[in-house]
Design a protein around this ligand. Structure first.
Ligand SMILES: [Fe+2]
Ligand SMILES: [Fe+2]
Length: 255
């Protein structure tokens, strides 16, 4: 699918300091984010339908649909940075992977698997990485734009942790075991996906933080710290085996 956000993005262009030495990698970084953010709206739409099928509150289903709109808007905001840097906010969107239906289990457990994977894993990592990038960024219009994205990502993560906190304790021991087994797969995919987006070769100069350019090695360190000190203990506290699932995560073949 062809994504063209140029017109929408131009309405949000932040005024940026000129850093010719950083422009090329900044355009690449924000263009990549634009694609990822925009594409993730589909995930929340699918999740909303799955939560509805599982009989969850209409308010929670509606919230999840709002998240889909927010992800589209994040795509527009990242596109605004691309345009402000002199790049072009359009791209060919890759064919999305099929949304996992998890039809081997009932609707609630299937929804919980995706809620764990999306909110408690991916979005929680996003909060951590974007939060760190924001901390390092000097005050200014780009930081304000990032703050808007960051606040939404916090909402996306908190939503999942709140719901799994209500729903996982209602499951029996066998279902919890099945969810823990699923987490070995979810962790493997998360690690594979995140490392792919955090290349070790990414070593921008120190002033790269003004345009949100971070060291790949430092971001990887933060990624692992987030899993080990936030996500795994959070899953363990729910009565799932987060520790065992992380230690026993499967390897995903490089694609
Ligand atoms: Fe987002
Ligand atoms: Fe998000």
């Amino acid at each position: 699918m062809r994504l063209d956000l140029r017109e929408q993005s131009r309405a949000y262009m932040p005024v940026l300091e000129a850093h010719p030495d950083l422009t090329e990698s900044a355009v690449r970084t924000w263009h990549g984010r634009m694609v990822n953010e925009y594409a993730s709206h589909r995930v929340f739409n699918e999740l909303a339908s799955q939560l509805q099928a599982a009989g969850l509150d209409a308010a929670d289903v509606a919230k999840c649909r709002e998240f889909a709109a927010e992800e589209k808007h994040h795509g527009v905001l990242c596109g605004a940075v691309v345009e402000a840097l002199g790049g072009h906010a359009h791209a060919q969107l890759p064919e999305p992977p099929p949304f996992p239906a998890h039809s081997d289990v009932g609707p609630l457990e299937a929804a919980l698997r995706n809620l764990l994977s999306i909110s408690c894993l991916s979005e929680t990592v996003a909060v951590s990485l974007i939060g760190a990038e924001r901390e390092e960024m000097p005050e200014g219009p780009l930081r304000e734009l990032l703050t808007e994205i960051y606040a939404d990502e916090c909402g996306h993560a908190n939503f999942g942790w709140r719901l799994v906190g209500q729903l996982v304790p209602t499951l029996d021991a066998v279902a919890k075991q099945r969810l823990s087994a699923y987490l070995t797969v979810a962790f493997a995919h998360l690690e594979h996906h995140e490392l792919g987006h955090l290349p070790l070769e990414s070593q921008p100069p120190a002033h790269g933080v003004v345009l949100g350019l971070c060291s790949g090695a430092e971001a990887r360190e933060l990624f692992y710290a987030t899993i080990e000190s936030v996500i795994v203990p959070g899953l363990d506290a729910l009565g799932l085996d987060g520790t065992g699932a992380w230690a026993g995560r499967q390897t995903v073949a490089a694609s």
